[in-house]
Design a protein around this ligand. Sequence first.
Ligand SMILES: NC(=O)c1ccc[n+]([C@@H]2O[C@H](COP(=O)([O-])OP(=O)(O)OC[C@H]3O[C@@H](n4cnc5c(N)ncnc54)[C@H](OP(=O)(O)O)[C@@H]3O)[C@@H](O)[C@H]2O)c1
Length: 217
Amino acid sequence: MKIGIVGGTGPAGTGLGLRLSSVGYDVDIGSRSSGRAAEVVEDTLEQWTDSNFILRGVSNEEAARAEIVVLATPWDSCAPTAKSFKELLKGKLVICMANALARVGNEFHALYPPRGSIAADVQAAIPLSRVSMAFQHLPAKELGEIQNNMEGDVLVCADEQGSIDETIQIVEKMPSLRGLDCGSLANAAPVEAFTAVLLQLNQLYKTRSSVRITGLE
Ligand SMILES: NC(=O)c1ccc[n+]([C@@H]2O[C@H](COP(=O)([O-])OP(=O)(O)OC[C@H]3O[C@@H](n4cnc5c(N)ncnc54)[C@H](OP(=O)(O)O)[C@@H]3O)[C@@H](O)[C@H]2O)c1
């Protein structure tokens, strides 16, 4: 199965792409410049030359042709970028991993887009696609360190049950990660916003925190 990551050349998209390719997905890392994507992928694969990972650097347009698409641009470009590929994204699962954050002094604060969450904004921009929200709380650096399993829960929201289930299936291909059904995109706002709290914890406790929900089997 091919997964395209639009805006995949940043640390989050590249880390997720490498991890997904390490569990058998065929991954296209997209960029506004296919040359830049090719360079980023070459650097990313440098220490994995003996692997059979399928990871390619392509244009965002090419990444949007994949069967499943992840949006990994900065939050304010997610909806406009998705809209620019709306024909290619029609009917597809589009996973939005963005967080809207602003640094204010020493703190990170959550920003709330007009529909409450970036994922809801993206769904409104591409109504004929099936948008889910996931991966907000996984730190990019650890995503890219594929020699280590990542522990934690990935909170997933979408307006359609099939989109939640498909997203959780992808999450759980990655060892030690658990995907949790957190309901419709109405719940995406607090999930996205909670990232500000994690970043605050990281700063105060000099760590890289993630999320684990207790009380579930
Ligand atoms: N960093 C983390 O630990 C982390 C963890 C979980 C989720 N996230 C979320 O995941 C997303 C990606 O994070 P990141 O840290 O990798 O972000 P980033 O480095 O700031 O941006 C990712 C890529 O987006 C593209 N981009 C930048 N401005 C754009 C624009 N105006 N229009 C279209 N594309 C643009 C750039 O690629 P090209 O120049 O190659 O096109 C860039 O490499 C963010 O929304 C972030 O909130 C981040």
